[in-house]
Write a protein that binds this ligand. Structure first.
Ligand code: NAD
Ligand code: IPM
Ligand code: MN
Length: 324
């Protein structure tokens, strides 16, 4: 039986994930759903945000649906989501940005770069080591190349090789792999790319970049689809996969039933495509589009539907589509 671990996390994770789960349950009532409770709230309650047994429970799943966790800017607090990405070796973070007229996937390296965790802070100086390895770069660019081949598209390598030696290394490995694969490709400085993707999204297909550049670029690019409430992501490794919205726990709107659950539902759709190329993924997107077209929208899109109400409307559309 297909096992799906559900992690709500913190903040609006408690609101958007139940909605996304409901959609999965409508489509796959026989899946085995089980919850894993991690996040900052666990740290507040117990002093431990994520235990070893939680990681073990996530590893049991065929796929994880994850909300968001609060990562407070404290010196000694380790982000739960980063720990999970590392523990499950989810090295490819795929962040699709798609609407009529453009279809881009940002492929973010997810385990190294500035997120390698080699840091030091003392009274007068702080350092964070940016580690880019051959192995890490080859596996992320090969994931991106496979995507390009499946989509019959092209690859853009985003970097800052004019300044950073680690990005000369990253760019050169990416270029070599793209040339060897014989796919159309180019490369661009990440700062110029961040503007150009907003001005000409139709010129891009797959964009591969290092960890923090991909983090920033994906929040920026979510502007193209209506903001963070709409942008999903897939974290893929060789053995595990986790699906989560690009957004965080949004403490400013948490607990108000106003968060947009589309990013979470689209993450559930990515989960289904990953597991079995499931037609349910298309149904979820169709149902979201129908709901939006009918005028039901959450506040970030200018409407007044609550998170729950929007989710119910999408679930209702899915039932109608599957009854046909
Ligand atoms: P955020 O993504 O939580 O919110 C940024 C802005 O976007 C806020 O104004 C928020 O209200 C809005 N927003 C986000 N999701 C929305 C939705 N679904 N519907 C409507 N509006 C939405 O980023 P932040 O405020 O910078 O970070 C908050 C916390 O989340 C931090 O602790 C951060 O570390 C954490 N975070 C976690 C993840 C994750 O778990 N993967 C991702 C990003 C941020
Ligand atoms: C994201 C988030 C995380 C990241 C934070 C919360 C650690 O911003 O998933 O985009 O930087 O990867
Ligand atoms: Mn981010």
């Amino acid at each position: 039986m297909t096992k799906i671990a559900i992690v709500e996390g913190d903040g609006i994770g408690h609101e958007v994930i139940p909605v996304a789960r409901q959609v999965l349950e409508v489509l796959h009532p026989t899946y085995d759903f089980y919850t894993v409770d991690v996040g900052y709230h666990r740290w507040e309650e117990t002093g431990c945000p994520c235990a070893d047994r939680d990681i073990a429970a996530l590893k049991e799943a065929d796929a994880v649906l994850f909300g968001a966790v609060t990562t407070p800017p404290m010196k000694d607090y380790q982000s739960v989501v980063l720990r999970i990405r590392k523990a499950l070796d989810l090295y490819a973070n795929l962040r699709p940005i798609k609407d009529s007229g453009f279809d881009v996937v940002i492929v973010r390296e997810n385990t190294e770069g500035l997120y390698s965790g080699i840091e030091e802070i003392d009274a007068d100086r702080a350092t964070t080591l940016r580690v880019v390895t051959r192995k890490g770069t080859e596996r992320i660019v090969r994931s991106a190349i496979r995507l390009v081949q499946n989509r019959h598209g092209s690859l853009t390598i985003g970097h800052k090789a004019n300044v950073l030696k680690s990005d000369v290394f990253f760019r050169d490995i990416c270029l070599k792999e793209a040339q060897a694969a014989g796919i159309p490709h180019n490369d661009k400085f990440i700062d110029a790319l961040a503007l150009d993707i907003l001005q000409h999204p139709d010129m891009y297909d797959v964009v591969v970049t290092t960890n923090i550049f991909g983090d920033i670029l994906s929040d920026v690019a979510s502007y193209l689809v209506g903001g963070l409430g709409l942008a999903p992501s897939a974290n893929i490794g060789d053995r595990h996969a986790l699906f989560e919205p690009v957004h965080g726990s949004a403490p400013d709107i948490a607990g108000k039933n106003i968060a947009n659950p589309i990013a979470a539902m689209r993450s559930a759709a990515l989960l289904l495509s990953h597991l079995a190329d499931d037609p349910g993924a298309d149904l979820i997107e169709q149902a979201i589009q129908r709901t939006l077209t009918s005028g039901i929208r959450t506040r970030d899109l200018g409407g007044n539907a609550g998170t729950r109400e929007f989710g119910d409307a999408v679930a209702h559309e899915i039932s109608r589509l599957t009854r046909r």
